[in-house]
Design a protein around this ligand. Sequence first.
Ligand SMILES: CC(C)(COP(=O)(O)OP(=O)(O)OC[C@H]1O[C@@H](n2cnc3c(N)ncnc32)[C@H](O)[C@@H]1OP(=O)(O)O)[C@@H](O)C(=O)NCCC(=O)NCCS
Length: 135
Amino acid sequence: MRPFEVGDTEEVVALWDRCGLLRPWNDPRKDIERKLTVQPELFFVAESDGVVATAMAGYDGHRGWLYYVAVAPERRGEGIGRDIVAHSESALTNLGCPKINVQIRSGNDAVQSFWSGLGFEPDQATGMGKRLIPD
Ligand SMILES: CC(C)(COP(=O)(O)OP(=O)(O)OC[C@H]1O[C@@H](n2cnc3c(N)ncnc32)[C@H](O)[C@@H]1OP(=O)(O)O)[C@@H](O)C(=O)NCCC(=O)NCCS
């Protein structure tokens, strides 16, 4: 487990693609570029003969957030997802972050079991968003 390095970019984008996390309205390379300007030390990769998992964490002074939690399909079920989330939780806790939020896309409801197994609970809230910079 280590922080992302610029040289990981193409491998990470390919991993996200294989994990079904890419969307036409999110340019993954721009997402990475932006993350490298804000708390880049909270963008983690797990390496085992190449990058096999990612987690992009951030703390905004109120809540911590986790994005792009992904494990290579052929390496799932080994506890890597659990480990990279735990690694991110430790880093956020060290910053004094009291609570972490994750957003699960509609249609990816099955993944709720993964999160609930890690102690996450559904929030009584509806996520809303507004894009400020079109990609
Ligand atoms: C979700 C994901 C990160 C899990 O990674 P993983 O390395 O396979 O997870 P782990 O091996 O650490 O599993 C931890 C626990 O969650 C459970 N789990 C993992 N994926 C699950 C799923 N899709 N549905 C139900 N339970 C799941 C495991 O059985 C395990 O439970 P156990 O400890 O009782 O055995 C991986 O499936 C993935 O990359 N999915 C595609 C991307 C995605 O949807 N990311 C989340 C966006 S919100």
